[in-house]
Design a binder for this molecule. Structure first.
Ligand code: SF4
Length: 312
């Protein structure tokens, strides 16, 4: 078995400062940004300015109740048709719903940036299938936004890799639906595992960091051991999601057909620990002294393909 690459260690300010210093720093975020940075960098010269900058933006967003981060579902269309998907629609039923156009999304992003949004996740369906994907991406990139792409990987062509190499996103998250064409077909309707594997290798060669996400579900359950072993052996950075989003009514799918039982999740976490020698939630336990934290509904919000916004 190959040695697994070390996961990148996050370093929240909370871990670098005492509780008193941290609280004092939170208070200082009522200053202007230049004043805050001047204070923080002089007092803690060993900590990088970028960390203070992001801390300031987040604290200010939390205080003012304004979003810092947007999760945008550009389109419900997808080139796969996963049996457990909560959002995907076919061309035939997508026409019944109004999908935001490129110019509508651009207007949303323009307003968001004017209001200090700093991070954007482009998601779907398959985000990269939106006809304005690259126009939107380039605009966000030019505005200094930290971009995350959620994708199934099928639209990551040579041309896309070249684009991403020149204008790198903050991160790319690729969903994995099995470790063979047979399992892929069972879950997604297409035999595309080898194609996805090639994308992983191409991204590695181009030095574009990515993370692989797995969402256990009824159709993937029997392949979970292979998946965990595969990801671990390859040394890929990965996460195993802990729940499934309930499919929306318009998809015609039903949570009870796809969800796993608690015991099945326990089996998966046991396998995870056995395969990786790590506690499944060790990163969260390590990175969040006060337990699992999330800014959803406080400084993060979600906009769906119809332009409807909610807190998470
Ligand atoms: S790849 Fe993602 S968006 Fe597409 S059908 Fe599968 S789960 Fe849904």
């Amino acid at each position: 078995m190959k040695a697994r690459k070390e996961r990148k260690m996050k370093s929240p300010l909370k871990k670098k400062l005492t509780e008193k210093e941290y609280s004092a720093l939170v208070e200082m975020t009522t200053l202007t940004l230049p004043e805050f940075l001047g204070y923080a960098l002089e007092k803690y010269p060993h900590i990088e300015g970028q960390e203070f900058y992001e801390f300031y933006l987040k604290q200010r967003a939390l205080r003012l109740g304004r979003p810092l981060s947007l999760h945008c579902e550009l389109t419900p269309l997808c080139n796969l048709s996963c049996k457990m998907c909560y959002v995907q629609l076919d061309e035939s039923n997508a026409g019944l719903h109004s999908i935001l156009t490129t110019s509508q999304w651009m207007e949303i992003f323009r307003q968001a940036i004017e209001n200090d949004v700093y991070q954007v996740t482009l998601s779907g369906g398959e985000a990269m299938l939106h006809p304005g994907f690259w126009e939107i991406y380039d605009y966000l990139y030019s505005m200094g936004i930290r971009i995350t792409i959620f994708t199934n990987g099928l639209s990551i062509t040579n041309r896309a890799i070249e684009h991403l190499r020149k204008k790198p996103p903050q991160s790319i998250q690729i969903s994995l639906y099995g470790t063979s064409d047979d399992v892929y077909e069972k879950v997604t309707g297409k035999r595309v595992f080898s194609q996805i594997e090639k994308v992983f290798l191409q991204l590695q060669e181009a030095n574009i960091p990515f993370k692989i996400a797995v969402s256990p579900n009824r159709y993937l359950y029997n392949d979970m051991e292979n998946i965990l072993q595969y990801l671990y052996n390859k040394g890929y950075s990965f996460q195993v999601n802990r729940n499934l989003l309930p499919p929306r009514e318009e998809t015609g799918r039903n949570l009870k057909d796809i969800a796993l039982t608690t015991n099945e999740y326990v089996d998966i976490w046991t396998l995870y620990k056995k395969t990786t020698n790590m506690h499944p939630f060790s990163e969260e336990i390590r990175d969040n002294q006060d337990g699992i934290s999330c800014s959803a509904g406080m400084a993060t919000c979600h906009i769906n393909y119809k332009g409807e916004m909610n807190g998470c």
